[in-house]
Design a protein around this ligand. Structure first.
Ligand SMILES: Cc1cc2nc3c(=O)[nH]c(=O)nc-3n(C[C@H](O)[C@H](O)[C@H](O)COP(=O)(O)OP(=O)(O)OC[C@H]3O[C@@H](n4cnc5c(N)ncnc54)[C@H](O)[C@@H]3O)c2cc1C
Length: 437
């Protein structure tokens, strides 16, 4: 039955890879020693590498898969400020100064990607499309209206509400109770953005090694200033002065301190086969990015060529197969847009994102290891930005103070990195969403 939902040329790999195939050519040879060793070749790792390599430091990026096969070539390509709290909530938790700094950093991360793409002349369909955030219930819409009225002393987001009566100007569905438009949020082709960044990293002289797992990192006794760590990898040993953990949702036993603070969660996503322009124009008249107010959020968008829908969300209590998540996402897509019920799934894939116990991303230094991770499903802009900041800190280029390094990175008693509570939490969120809360 569900088999009929898949197109004949269905693939269980990201749609984005059609246009930007994964680079399988990366060097396998490890140098004996480097100034900076970065674990993870996603946006975080690459933006760090670019800063250190351009500052003349010998830089090595290692990934257990081919470069970019983590989330950074699989995501929805939506770019926001990544901060899930408003000013009042941040101020209550952290006080005025830090609240301002965190919001400023969110805005800086949004701006950074646009500036970077422009200055590096990356061809990756970057566009300031804006985002429509739909309210899944009347209660949620009231909350959004209240939220928009809250003062933001840091920057003017220009966000505005759209009533249910007016929402067809934004989106071809009656399912939402109105929503909010964030006009400055942006879109990118995530895999082309990654591929373009990778090419700049290589051109800067950094070495990127794929299919090599970093197995452990040991401080070197009597270390000199060039070799503070001995890094054991599946294909050899490297000595490094600085090590950066840029593993986000794939953080494992290599760095147990970070692993205890990260909640890895699968995010599932599909692309449809091509759809006629009349239906695409009706559904996406403004070509914006889309999300909604549900706790188990759905995020979706037209593809950059405006021919397909790319639709993602969390559709199962526990992790599942993409052949199972695909039809569930398709069902929700058709609930929002019944006119798409004859449209098949051409690609269904997933990746692992990293949530944290306080829903904030974190970065800093622990036991001498630098880290930036925990983007809570929203890391295209923030991973790029924090990667850049860490790189600048290591290279000592510019004055870079990262406000998040002042926020304690919490864990819970007995939590070791396996989120046993995920299935009951997803179930609770699902019930909450159903009641319209
Ligand atoms: C389906 C999906 C949709 C998403 N949509 C959006 C979106 O629209 N907007 C948004 O802002 N964010 C989105 N995200 C989140 C975003 O993609 C991530 O936050 C971001 O890519 C994180 O980048 P990163 O470099 O920190 O980690 P990743 O890109 O995940 O890279 C981490 C890398 O570390 C490597 N690694 C781990 N351990 C080791 C080891 N021991 N040795 C060697 N290598 C190791 C992994 O192989 C992996 O390649 C989405 C994520 C998914 C999965």
């Amino acid at each position: 039955m569900t088999q009929a939902l898949f197109s004949d040329d269905f693939k269980s790999t990201p749609y984005w890879w059609e246009d930007a195939p994964i680079d399988e050519s990366s060097s396998a040879e490890l140098p004996d020693k480097v100034d900076v060793l970065i674990v993870g070749s996603g946006y975080t790792g690459l933006h760090t590498a670019l800063q250190t390599a351009r500052a003349g430091m010998q830089t090595l990026v290692i990934d257990s898969g081919h470069p970019g096969t983590g989330c950074s070539s699989r995501n929805g390509g939506q770019i926001s400020t990544s901060i899930k709290y408003n000013y009042a909530e941040l101020e209550k938790r952290f006080g005025e100064l830090l609240a301002r700094d965190i919001l400023t950093m969110g805005k800086a991360s949004l701006d950074y990607v646009g500036d970077f793409v422009k200055s590096e002349q990356l061809d990756c369909d970057f566009e300031i499309t804006g985002r429509f955030h739909g309210a899944h219930s009347a209660k949620a819409f009231s909350r959004l209206v209240h939220e928009i009225d809250q003062p933001n002393p840091v920057f003017n987001s220009d966000a505005y509400t759209v009533s249910r009566e007016q929402q067809h100007l934004e989106l071809g569905t009656d399912r939402y109770y109105g929503g909010v438009v964030f006009p400055h949020f942006a879109a990118v082709h995530p895999a082309r953005y990654h591929a373009g960044t990778l090419s700049r990293v290589r051109a800067s002289g950094a070495k990127v090694v794929g299919q090599c797992t970093v197995e452990n990192i040991k401080p070197v006794a009597n270390a000199n200033q060039q070799q503070r760590f001995r890094v054991n990898c599946s294909t050899g040993v490297v000595h490094a002065n600085h090590v950066v953990i840029a593993t986000n949702g794939y953080t494992g036993s290599l760095s147990p301190w970070q692993q205890r603070r990260i909640i890895p969660i699968g995010s599932y996503i599909i692309a449809t086969e091509e759809i006629d322009q009349e239906r695409m124009n009706h559904i996406f008249p403004t070509r914006r990015m889309l999300t909604d107010t549900r706790k188990l959020v759905y995020y979706y968008r037209p593809s950059p060529d405006h021919k397909r829908v790319v639709f993602g969300g969390r559709v199962s209590l526990s992790e599942t197969d993409v052949k199972k998540s695909g039809p569930r996402l398709h069902k929700e897509l058709c609930r929002l847009f019944p006119a798409l019920s004859d449209v098949k799934i051409s690609h269904s894939w997933a990746g692992t994102v990293a949530y944290t116990f306080d829903s904030l991303m974190h970065c800093g230094e622990h036991d001498g290891l630098h880290y930036a991770l925990g983007y809570c499903g929203s890391g295209v802009g923030m991973a790029s930005y924090l990667g850049k900041c860490i790189g600048q800190q290591i290279a000592n280029t510019g004055h870079v103070e990262i406000p998040l390094s002042k926020v304690p990175f919490q864990t819970k008693a007995f939590y070791t990195g396996t989120p046993w509570f995920l299935a009951p939490s997803v179930w609770l969120y699902r019930m909450r969403d159903k009641t319209g809360f």
